[in-house]
Ligand binder design. Sequence first.
Ligand code: HEC
Ligand code: HEC
Ligand code: HEC
Length: 346
Amino acid sequence: MGSRSCANSSCHGGADEKSRQVVLWSQHDVHSRAYATLTTARAARMAEALEIPDATTSARCTTCHAPVQTVPPALRTADAHVTEGVSCASCHGPADTWLRSHTRPDFTHADRVAAGMRELRDLYHRANACVACHQTIEPELTGTGRHPPLRFELDGQTQSQPKHWAEPAGRSGAQAWFVGQAVALREMSWALASGAADLARETPRWQAALWLLQRARPAGADAALVNFSSDARPASFTAARQIADAVAQEAARTWSAADTRPALVRLANTHAEFSDTQISALAHACRAERLVLALDRLIAASPAGEVPPAASAQLDRLFRLVQSQPDFAPAGFARELAGFAALLGP
Ligand code: HEC
Ligand code: HEC
Ligand code: HEC
């Protein structure tokens, strides 16, 4: 079903706060333009480099940019146009089982989910929905002049998507961040274990993601994660996949706003680890890159006034130091990170 089936003005196509979902999506959400992206000159150049005859009809592009196209025509309603990009059903699930019942006034969220609507409120399930298009991409599609690499980050990407819903009160961005990091690690582990990722390129990134999650974990979290060794054997990828999934599920249930500050402080105090000469400069660069993005999200999720402005200014300096992987200097980064930790306080 296409978005037009949702767009009746008394349903989701109205102008007021409660029914503006179609307006918000079609006017402000890039997902509604994901198909149009495949018609651009940039997409045509990518397709040419990959010897794909037509990006707008190749399943290698449309699985993410125009998912309606992956549905056999016989199963599409007349409203479902391949040009609609990532539309309502791409995230909320095909509506045939719940279209009628979901408007019942006595139906709760749980009833709708039981009828087949996709669970998106719980952050673990939401992360699973988004990560499907936002992390793993065929290695061959990426590279110079090709597709940008994809990096899943649930908190930042949730903030960037124009919201056509209200989040539960008091939900912490840090929780979305942590759940998203665990789900990203799970997907990276899966891709490495199954040959869906370039081993040489992705292994250092996987190790950095694991390193970060181990240090950010809320107190009392899964011991299996903390004690896990990140040697890059195939068996480790498989084991990490299971551990990361369990950690994501647990954090979606138990992370509270009070876990944010300890995570921020623990990550800031990893500075001594950047003096470890047993680890390659590339590995340090991958850790640092992921670390500064993490600090940024955790600061954004901290209560106003808790993080001094000088620490935010110091974070800008850290961002500049991770701009270029080949030029990354671990010792200088360690020094500036120690400065950041001192500004943050205990
Ligand atoms: C069916 C695939 C698909 C799903 C599911 C999906 N996205 Fe996307 N998303 C895309 C594509 C494709 C683009 C690029 C759109 C463009 O510019 O053409 C995109 C772009 C974005 C962007 C803007 C670019 C960026 O990365 O900052 C954000 C933010 C985003 N998505 C967030 C989300 C969130 C949050 C979810 C889960 C609730 C989600 N997406 C689910 C395919 C998907
Ligand atoms: C695994 C899902 C996925 C697949 C497959 C995919 N894309 Fe994308 N694409 C995305 C997402 C997500 C973004 C947004 C990335 C961002 O902004 O960080 C994007 C962004 C783009 C952009 C804008 C990027 C830029 O740098 O301007 C173009 C163009 C594009 N995709 C074309 C293609 C083409 C052509 C194909 C097939 C060869 C393809 N995509 C396959 C998910 C996908
Ligand atoms: C990229 C993914 C994505 C797309 C595309 C999308 N949604 Fe959503 N939608 C979400 C997420 C995430 C939520 C929050 C879920 C929650 O908290 O229950 C949501 C929430 C909603 C809600 C509120 C549910 C509630 O119980 O409060 C409605 C209604 C809705 N979407 C309708 C639509 C319609 C109509 C479209 C198409 C025009 C659409 N959505 C497209 C991800 C998406």
